[in-house]
Design a protein around this ligand. Sequence first.
Ligand code: KG4
Ligand code: ZN
Length: 335
Amino acid sequence: MMKDVVLGIESSCDETSASICLDGKVINNIIATQSIHEQYGGVVPELASRAHQQHIVPVVHKACQDAEIDLSDVTAIACTQGPGLLGSLLVGYSFSKSLSYALDVPMINVHHMKAHILAHFIDDPKPTFPFLCLTVSGGHTQIVKVKSHIEMEVLGETIDDAVGEAFDKGAKLLGLPYPGGPLVDKLAAKGDATKYNFTKSKVTNLDFSFSGVKTSLLYFLRDQLATDVTFIENHRNDLCASYQHVLIEMLTEKLLKASNKENIKRIAIAGGVSANMGLRERLLDLAKNYNWELFIPDFQYCTDNAGMIAISGYYQLIHNLHADLKDAPNPRMPF
Ligand code: KG4
Ligand code: ZN
């Protein structure tokens, strides 16, 4: 007999997702991706919100059907409360709140970035505490000291753009469609990372800054295009490889510094940019050199997904951390 049947719901940006977690085991992860934003070069909040409204019921239905459970079997509903786009969050959150009221089961507020970290508890091997997690997404870049499933401390974070944003903005300058991060990754694999040098930011503590490197790419391209309009087309792979290289160096230098400072050799990565092959390879090298125990999530749990929301909900549920009926989505939810 199952004790905890958690329905996880994610709608913070442009993926509508639902997942069922049975007694701490995530058994599915249904995702509806919104392709409508591609033609606009970025997520259009109003369109995202409308697409969530269209997808939420079928996605939840499919998650339950696939898990062979009835909605009445659900014992808790975990939903992303923030951070994210307000209109997008509102769809998942209102749906979850109504369902928790109708089914008379607790609702659980999940922090989207903490959930990216807890995605490491979906599959084996699971990290033991404490460990350090580099969380890299379209909205965040942080180094987090993870002390338990609930207690986490931010050691450093970006003071301007997130690294995913730096990938996407750089990709746009290189004439690639949105979301550019995965395309930069793909083209970088065919290019020479030592061909061009872009300026690294010089933030001294464990914080990051990515706006300067993007500007460095912008000015470099402007100067080259002044004399050769075909410069980008002819050197796109090398440009992607060199730009990706500097972003990865900035991330891993800080991660190494944090590992030395905290004397922690259990290292994890999380968030959309953790799908990046260049970053994964660099981390594998560092793990070998510095004796790190490295945790890299499965691709399906790198980008936004409800599996990570369901597992977070499960751990909060067993700690009795229920939401209040007065709670609302919070686009700037503090960590
Ligand atoms: O975590 P996520 O799915 O959504 C947010 O919470 O932001 O992260 C999305 C970000 C985007 O900036 C996307 O370009 C980036 O992750 N991304 C990648 C790769 N896959 C996704 N960046 C670089 N290389 C990739 N393979
Ligand atoms: Zn995310």
